[in-house]
Design a protein around this ligand. Structure first.
Ligand code: AR6
Length: 181
């Protein structure tokens, strides 16, 4: 499923493994410590190789932790991309702790890193809806609306944003959210 905006920007949804889809930048669902975890983070480090971890170590030494709602950029190592943007999503704790603002901020942080690097094609996972427990039906509209809003701005370098959704339930939730755009 996809949505073409009047300015020619494209938002696409595909089901699959984000580490295998070529893009200029691949976004990761990381943690504040920027240390390799499970889920998509584990897959990105396995497929990308040690160069990513090495760069994260230097970023952590220089800047400390990466707070929820923000993101840092590294090389993509062996992944089919130029960059990985490591975004830290909110841990879901009921919805009353600004989780939706923090989640939206994650996607905007990745898009800002993309614009700084003139990235045209960026891929996103469904941040926070795995280990961090954010309910899919609540997270999908936040993710889709935030990225859609960014794509309507003509001065973004991003021409195509792709949500790469791991399983069918996730893809369906994002399709419902995209249908409302
Ligand atoms: N491609 C696309 N999506 C994937 C892939 C993949 N290869 N692997 C998993 N997903 P999660 P979070 C989906 O748990 O909830 C880590 O330990 C997965 O099915 O990876 O933000 C970090 O270090 C789900 O839909 O990320 C943090 O500590 C989505 O990606 C913590 O987990 C996100 O699931 C972050 O938790």
């Amino acid at each position: 499923m996809q949505h073409l905006f009047p300015n020619g920007r494209l938002l696409r949804l595909v089901q699959g493994d984000i580490t295998t889809l070529p893009a200029d930048a691949i976004c990761n669902a990381a943690n504040s410590a920027l240390r390799p975890g499970g889920g998509i983070d584990g897959s990105i480090h396995r497929a990308g190789g040690p160069a990513i971890l090495h760069e994260l170590d230097s970023i952590r030494k220089k800047n400390g932790a990466c707070p929820p709602g923000s993101a840092v950029a590294t090389t993509a190592g062996n992944l089919p991309a130029r960059y990985v943007f490591h975004a830290v999503g909110p841990v879901y704790s009921g919805g009353g702790n600004s989780e939706s603002q923090v989640l939206a901020s994650c996607y905007r942080a990745c898009l800002a890193l993309a614009d700084e690097r003139k990235v045209q094609r960026i891929s996103f996972p469904s941040i926070s809806t795995g280990i961090y427990g954010y309910p899919l039906e609540e997270a999908a509209p936040v993710a889709i609306e935030t990225v859609a809003e960014w794509l309507t701005e003509n001065d973004t370098s991003v021409k195509e944003a792709i949500f790469v959704l791991f399983d069918e339930a996730t893809r369906r939730a994002y399709e419902r959210a995209l249908a409302d755009v």
